[in-house]
Design a protein around this ligand. Structure first.
Ligand code: GTP
Ligand code: MG
Length: 559
């Protein structure tokens, strides 16, 4: 234990020393916080994903979503609501209209509020009298229509446009600061995260019409720590909590069991449940529009837009392996602050150059990209994060988890994970990421975060990334040769471009020229864009070869 503490402390201290020079005074990084905890001997209080989910879920159950007007008088609004109970937190945001998320201290507050709400009376239309915690504020006396005061202060729910981001990054002092700043701008805010859980909770109320004991859990980037403002909301309808699954039949005597419909397969059950719930969401779900039932996909789902939150939603059922992948990604992100920052940066870079897309197709998905970053970090010397096999070795009996015959076991206690002393800066890691994948033997090798080493490619897909838990599957099966080539060419270009631009420090102007990471996000700088300047350059492959040669000889010179 002592050895672990000392190693961690040394690891963090030297990393911090490297990044300290890049930080403005007063900025506390995750790593700085971890180092402070370490010094003071405080317990490691990083929360497991389960703890976080429980807390958020509980908050959401005590919350309501209220459509109001931008000129609502906040004070009068809160006074009106507090008649029903203490308000713990509230915030406003804008999507298709202005909304307030209001969290009461207890569920009684919500019940009292709902008891006081009326069913709308509309003269020319009929109403489905489905009650939910999505309400509208109708009393005009709380609206400052004549007031000169500015409207409500709304919390942003979308990230800044790319051109603004480029300007912001160009003003930073170092590449490491640029990467941290990009992460800060993109990552989900506290409010956005609460809203995501509230939408799950509202949807649970719809599904509860059929399955009163069900829960709806978010997974994927909404909770794995890699979510960007505006990302979709992946949800999982969990029926495992229904009492009776694990009730043991007594060896003798009388007992009862429920009479239930049977189906040919689990898949058929999932499809029929999603079909009915999808129908219910479509017909009765307040705020849910554009419902599509995609039941023949490998993982059947219901897709729709939740208008009041602005989220694009995917509801699945029986998708426990994806929940485990989410937990694994969350754990890796918590182990070292560089993991999330590098993932955010690579995702943003890929999106800026249309390597990824929100439309399904032959693109590399964000999930695949994340696994590629994790693999790269496992390949550092010394590795920044451990392999999945190692996390499995560290698991205790309570961590054991087998889903449909797949071993999904890995350690959940952060304290048991011993990190090695790697102090590389983000700048170095980003630069090496491009170089690593610019020359990766995609033809023969498969990427495996389970082993942390290239494996022989078991199939002839252009890109093979082993599914961490269903190891016979390829998570990037959808990627075609053209998309992989584009990725490799972009890595080559970016490696070269980054070498050229990373040392250009910003001048003292308000709008300094793009440099460092900002240059890499400029669409005109990369493959496929025929600017006259770029045509004069030698081909990308030649440049990258030259660059790698020069790097190799530099390194040899050092040793
Ligand atoms: P964005 O939505 O693009 O921000 O990222 P995401 O991580 O949420 O990806 P996506 O919505 O495509 O998928 C949601 C989650 O499903 C992922 O985080 C994974 O946990 C899981 N997932 C997605 N694709 C695959 C796949 O091909 N194989 C496996 N095993 N899991 C996947
Ligand atoms: Mg997603």
């Amino acid at each position: 234990m002592l050895r672990l503490r000392v190693r961690r402390r040394n690891n963090l201290r030297s990393y911090l020393q490297k990044v300290k020079t890049c930080l403005p005074r007063g900025v506390v990084t995750d790593a700085a916080e971890a180092a402070r905890r370490d010094r003071s001997g405080e317990k490691d209080e990083r929360r497991t994903l389960d703890t976080l989910l429980l807390q958020r879920h509980e908050q959401a159950e005590r919350s309501v979503l209220i459509g109001c007007q931008s000129r609502t008088n906040e004070k009068k609004f809160l006074k009106f609501l507090s008649k029903h109970g203490d308000i713990k937190k509230h915030f406003f945001y804008e999507t298709y209209g202005t909304y307030a998320v209001v969290e009461f201290s207890s569920r009684e507050g919500v019940s009292s509020l709902l008891d006081s709400a009326a069913i709308p009376s509309v003269s020319h239309e009929a109403t489905v009298p489905f009650k939910s915690r999505l309400l509208s504020l109708r009393n005009l006396s709380v609206v400052d229509s004549l007031s000169q005061k500015p409207g409500l202060q709304c919390q942003p729910q979308t990230s800044v446009p790319i051109n603004k981001l480029i300007q912001k990054l160009s003003r930073e002092e170092s590449v490491d600061r640029q990467i941290t700043s990009l992460t800060d701008v993109h990552q989900l805010t506290e409010e956005n995260s609460r809203l995501r859980f509230l939408v799950c909770s509202l949807l649970r109320d719809v599904a509860a019409a059929y399955f009163p004991e069900c829960s709806i859990k978010p997974f994927g980037s909404s909770v794995n720590g890699f979510g960007k403002l505006g990302c979709d909301l992946d949800m999982f309808l969990d029926l495992d909590g229904i009492a009776g699954w694990n009730l043991k039949m007594p060896k003798s005597g009388l007992f009862l069991e429920y009479q239930m419909k049977r189906a040919n397969s689990e898949r058929a059950v999932t499809q029929s449940i999603l079909s009915v719930i999808g129908e219910c969401v479509d017909q009765f779900g307040p705020g849910c529009v554009g419902v599509q039932k995609i039941l023949n996909a490998r993982c059947p789902l219901v897709r729709f837009a939740h208008q009041p939150s602005g989220f694009q939603c995917d509801l699945t059922a029986n998708n426990r392996v994806a929940m485990k992948s989410t937990e694994l990604l969350y754990l890796y992100g918590e182990l070292d602050p560089r993991v999330r920052r590098l993932v955010f940066t690579v995702r943003c870079w890929a999106r800026a150059h249309s390597i990824t897309s929100t439309i399904p197709g032959a693109w590399i998905t964000n999930f695949s990209l994340t696994v590629m970053v994790l693999f790269f970090l496992q390949k550092r010397s010394p590795p920044i994060i451990p392999t999945l096999d190692h996390l499995q070795e560290l698991a205790g009996p309570a961590d054991r988890c087998v889903i449909d015959g797949n071993n999904c076991t890995f350690v959940s206690d952060f304290g048991k994970i011993e990190l090695q002393s790697n102090t590389e800066t983000l700048e170095k890691l980003l630069s090496d990421f491009f170089e690593f994948y610019a020359v990766f033997p995609f033809n023969t090798a498969s990427i495996s975060i389970r082993k942390g080493k290239e494996q022989n490619k078991p199939e002839v897909a252009p890109l093979h990334i082993q599914n961490p838990f269903e190891t016979s599957l390829n998570v990037s099966k959808n990627v075609n040769a053209t998309q992989l080539d584009r990725f490799v060419a972009l890595c080559q270009e970016s490696a070269w471009l980054f070498q050229q631009s990373k040392s250009v420090s910003p001048r003292g102007s308000d709008t300094p020229a793009p440099w460092g990471l900002a240059t890499l996000l400029l669409p005109s700088q990369v493959t496929g864009v025929k600017s006259p300047k770029r045509r004069r350059r030698e081909p990308a492959s030649e440049r990258i070869k030259g660059l790698l040669e020069s790097l190799k000889s530099k390194n040899q010179g050092k040793s």
